[in-house]
Ligand binder design. Structure first.
Ligand code: NAD
Ligand code: UGA
Length: 460
């Protein structure tokens, strides 16, 4: 019976996921640990390290009752009946597989900590996204112990999206649990299943082999990212043919075999996972001698890079081939709305390129300004001196040559664009990288409007 759960890694997945489990399972005690003491202090404070709608409320309800954020100690590991590993698995930046493979150092260190202190029989669950057969490697390390006790290692990948994490966790499309097919493996899988059954209908809990669970996670992210690259490729064709990508998304999405979701053209996908997981998948394919398959998935990433550089090139072309000393208001920096996460945000590449062109930037974002400042710090040529971080979008746009919308925060749609137009240099431009705004209205106000997958609306 699972009474004590430990989670290693108090990040964007570990924190919200354990908070939700604590909220739905009052009979289970959850402790979330992290090697970063600042993060633990923030989870115990009024200002959580992760911004997610609905998160504050559930943390406040459960914290100190059956949810604890604490430094990692041998006792915390020894007390656990089940341990989630939720550490980061970024793209490796050094050595073999650099730029492609997953960096498993945090993962392996967690496993060794577990081996040193866990009680025999503790169930170990990989929640981080990992290469296929990682559970097997973990199992090999854990089952090195001389006393012959066998640890069960499960794969339980997480499918939440940032910005809707609490909603996704509260009503998941599916919970996937991969285990060894032995009696002990299946028993461990059903113990974890029991935790989810507190709030997830049984028919949404899917039991598979460990390897299928691991590969399903990479496959899901690869297919989602592939849809975005596909519609962005079509958007480029629209820009050359006067077709409109929004109309196309609607028309093709009505075919139930295609479906309407994840067909929004834009400046490309960002976030900590799509790029890294596809690179990881492509690396695995390469290692397995499947070069053609690796190339197929890499083309999804290449199309994303192309979309971002095409957007920047469009800004330069329309602003008369120079942005040097021009002020550009950047609306949105997080990789998507409703999060403060800027990892691999398209805004980082877009701003970096515009700064290389000597532009002055005023960046506005409802939640991500602190992280934006960190992400852009230390660019060469004192570029940081040409960046202002401005919570008020009206001030950001004042005296600017262009508004560049990068993240579709709904707040940006609700702004008074007549006021913004009046405060800007002329001719005033809007580059709508997410097709969020009412382009006809903006054009009527006097803006020149350039959007993704649409003909530009220009007054000259
Ligand atoms: P994160 O960087 O926000 O959090 C990871 C945390 O683990 C960090 O706080 C880090 O300090 C801690 N950590 C690293 N090594 C440790 C160790 N040895 N002991 C204790 N703590 C340690 O990462 P994240 O976004 O939460 O992602 C975690 C995993 O979940 C990744 O594999 C990711 O691919 C996967 N995932 C992420 C999302 C998402 O939306 N962010 C969704 C699904 C899956
Ligand atoms: C994604 C997946 O959707 C989750 O299922 C998965 O668990 C997670 O990755 C992960 O493994 O980390 P997330 O990256 O948080 O979730 O957010 P998404 O909503 O998928 O958006 C990713 C990026 O794609 C964003 O930059 C978003 O703006 C972009 N996007 C999304 C588009 O450009 N067009 C779309 O139609 C949808």
């Amino acid at each position: 019976m699972i009474r004590n759960i430990l989670c290693i890694g108090a990040g964007y997945v570990g924190g919200p996921t354990m908070a939700l489990i604590a909220d739905r399972c009052p009979d289970v005690r959850l402790t979330v640990v992290d090697t970063n003491p600042d993060k633990i202090a923030q989870w115990n404070s009024e200002r959580l390290p992760v911004f997610e709608p609905g998160l504050d409320a559930i943390v406040r309800r459960a914290r100190g009752r059956n949810l604890f954020f604490a430094p990692i100690t041998p006792q915390a590991i020894a007390d656990a009946d089940l341990i989630f590993i939720c550490v980061n698995t970024p793209t490796k930046e050094y050595g073999e597989g650099a730029g492609m493979a997953a960096d498993l150092q945090y993962w392996e260190k967690s496993t060794r900590t577990i081996l040193a202190h866990a009680r025999p029989g503790t169930i170990v669950v990989e929640k981080s996204t990992v290469p296929v057969r990682t559970a097997e490697a973990v199992s090999r390390i854990l089952n090195l112990n001389p006393d012959g006790t066998k640890y069960q290692v499960l794969s339980n990948p997480e499918f939440l999206s940032e910005g809707t994490a609490i909603r996704d966790l509260a009503a998941p499309d599916r919970v996937l649990i991969g285990s060894e097919r032995s009696v002990e493996g299946l028993a461990a899988a059903h113990e974890l299943g029991w935790v989810y059954e507190h709030w997830v209908p049984k028919d949404r809990i899917v039991y598979t082999s460990v390897w299928s669970a691991e590969l399903s996670k990479l496959a899901a992210n690869a297919l989602l990212a592939q849809r975005i690259s596909s519609i962005n490729a079509i958007a480029a064709v629209c820009e050359r043919t006067d077709a409109d990508v929004t109309e196309i998304s609607r028309a093709i999405g009505m075919d139930p075999r295609i479906g309407g979701r994840f067909l929004d053209a834009g400046v490309g996908f960002g976030g900590s996972c799509f790029r890294k997981d596809i690179l990881n998948l492509a690396y695995l394919c390469g290692e397995a001698g499947l070069g053609e398959v690796a190339q197929y998935w890499l083309s999804v990433v290449h199309m994303n890079d192309y979309r971002i550089s095409r957007f920047v090139k469009g800004i330069l072309d329309h602003l008369f081939n120079t942005v040097a000393d021009k002020k550009l208001a950047i609306f949105g920096f997080s990789f998507k709305p409703e999060t403060n996460d800027v990892r691999d945000a398209p805004a980082i590449r877009i701003c970096t390129r515009l700064l290389q062109e000597q532009a002055r930037l005023a960046i506005s974002d409802p939640q991500a300004l602190e992280n934006a400042r960190r992400a852009l710090a230390g660019l060469p040529g004192q570029a940081d001196e040409r960046v202002a971080y401005e919570p008020d979008p009206y001030r950001a746009a004042s005296d600017a040559d262009a508004v560049v919308l990068v993240t579709q925060w709904p707040q940006f749609k609700a702004l008074d664009y007549e006021r913004i137009y009046a405060s800007m240099k002329k001719p005033a431009f809007v580059f709508d990288g997410r097709n969020l705004l009412d382009h006809e209205r903006l054009y009527g106000i006097g803006f020149n409007v350039v959007a993704i997958g649409k003909s530009p609306r220009l007054h000259f």
